[in-house]
Design a protein around this ligand. Sequence first.
Ligand code: AQP
Length: 332
Amino acid sequence: MKRIFSGVQPTGNLHLGNYLGAIRNWVKLQQEGTECIYGIMNLHAITVPIAPEALKKAIYEVAAALIACGIDPKKSIIFQQSSVAAHSELAWILSCHTPLGWLNRMTQFKEKSGKHKENALLGLYGYPVLMAADVLGYKATHVPVGEDQKQHIELMRDIAGAFNRAYSSDYFPLPEPLILGTGTRVMSLRDGTKKMSKSDESDYSRINLTDDAEAIDLKFRKAKSDTMEGLSYEPETRPEAANLINIFAALANTTPEAVVKEYGGRNFSDFKKALSALAIEQLSPITSLMRELMKDVSYIDAVLKEGAEKANKLAAKYLKEIQEIVGFVTPE
Ligand code: AQP
């Protein structure tokens, strides 16, 4: 049986990278009729400092974005991670099966903890174990993510294997990453070697799903390009041009080569105009629907409540089985 689990952190505005690398694929998987569970990962969001009001707003915004992008709460489960206690409980059990050496290899921790590792939080260090619990806690088989999450999925497979070996069981399936399409690694519009990210200080580095047409147009116009003549796809030497070509290809459902064939003879400014028109055409219906949903969050509340009930039902059943495997008792 195929079961999909994925999630997004409510750490700010969702951006084009989240959309092309993850959410758009989540919608496709839902349309294929696969059982899908999508989480708003607020326990992950607090691994870096975030103000309570900002977190609350981001949780609603992410829920609105998922619905506006096409995740249908009647077909897929949409829920807030902290509403299902099994995530934290399983994370503890799995952390007792995860050697420190495995966590020390995680590049995301190295990047996010900065220069002062001693001050980095335990939660940030243990983030990948919680992520393993998120997926394994539903016995999910496939995890659609952007390329940046590949290392975390490999670790969760290792943790699942360690647990299975420790109890001579085959309880956890080893989840497969699904890294789909041409938008698996959308880069910053200010620096083609850095990924587009919610936490980048510059708002000009990303296209937010809440941006209006004017903002999208301005950001693409200001996007860093290079001084070379014409348009060519050379990721090593022209990272900014390659990023814009990749974004165009992902939005148009085509290949970078096809984009270069069409726009190769034109200048950057013409290409940027075409790119911004395409992005506006695809993103503006999402932005309008998000705005509508945010006007009255009672619908979002109802979706999150129903999602939490469904997710809890599955996760609580599996957690009980896992506790039995470990040797905990359930007094009847
Ligand atoms: N730039 C990207 N290109 C393609 N996919 C991306 N994803 C994130 N950035 C890109 C994918 O979006 C999903 C949700 O990611 P997340 O919000 O949970 O965490 P993240 O990867 O840490 O995203 P950010 O924007 O960089 O957040 P911050 O700044 O808070 O750390 C994942 O599937 C991810 O692969």
